[in-house]
Design a binder for this molecule. Structure first.
Ligand code: ITT
Length: 200
């Protein structure tokens, strides 16, 4: 079965491909269809995930899988939230986004640094059938970046269970506990039944 990954984020692509490697799926990319990033106009992760999956399915005529994800800091009223990728501007780098968040949380207590990642995975078929699943990863924001792996906010996000920065985790370790891993586990649980109904 062919599925187009409706994302331009290399970090996401690497993690998703690894998590789905043992399944009978041919994962295509936006590049295969000469498509660029899909504009996000939704107010929630779910709206944006559905928007990206639907747009890509309609443009390619294939089943599309989108990931909308981000970091939520309750002390900052949910920032950066759905704006995680463009927290410090439209063409912001990961380093700039991290620096902005660290600055906003300067001199705050550990309690105020509580944070979590959310990942919503949406699947959309050419016939318009679709579903969404979600994963969450709890932790807190560090005072300084650490680690060489991952992408985005991984250098400053500390996993609650191990006390390790996400960027200190290997791809395999992160893929056991992350918001994306949990969302994809939920996806894989729903997928067989969805596929069965699709064929009927
Ligand atoms: P696509 O829309 O093309 O998928 P994007 O990077 O713009 O790429 P999002 O709008 O979903 O995707 O924004 C997700 C941002 O949230 C991402 O750019 C990171 O800054 C952050 N993020 C999401 N998952 C993350 C993870 O596992 N580790 C670190 N940061 C993450």
């Amino acid at each position: 079965m062919k599925i187009v990954l409706a994302t331009t984020n290399k970090g996401k692509i690497q993690e998703i491909k690894k998590l789905l490697q043992d399944y009978d799926l041919t994962l295509l990319s936006l590049k295969d269809f000469k498509l660029g990033p899909i504009p996000e106009t939704g107010k929630t992760f779910k709206e944006n995930a559905l928007l990206k999956a639907r747009t890509v399915s309609e443009k390619t005529g294939e089943i599309a899988l989108a990931d909308d994800s981000g970091l939520v800091v309750p002390y900052l009223n949910g920032e950066p939230g759905v704006y995680s990728a463009r927290y410090s501007g439209d063409n912001a780098t990961d380093a700039q986004n991290n620096a902005k968040l660290l600055k906003k949380l300067k001199n705050t207590s550990l309690k105020d640094r509580q944070a979590f990642f959310i990942c919503v995975i949406a699947l959309w078929t050419p016939g318009g059938k679709h579903f969404c699943v979600e994963g969450k990863w709890e932790g807190f924001i560090a005072t300084h970046p650490k680690g060489e792996h991952g992408f985005g906010y991984d250098p400053i996000f500390v996993d609650k269970q191990t006390g390790l920065h996400a960027a200190q985790l290997s791809l395999e370790q992160k893929n056991k506990i992350s918001h994306r891993a949990k969302a994809l586990q939920a996806f894989l649980k729903k997928w067989p039944e969805f596929l069965k109904n699709l064929k009927e």
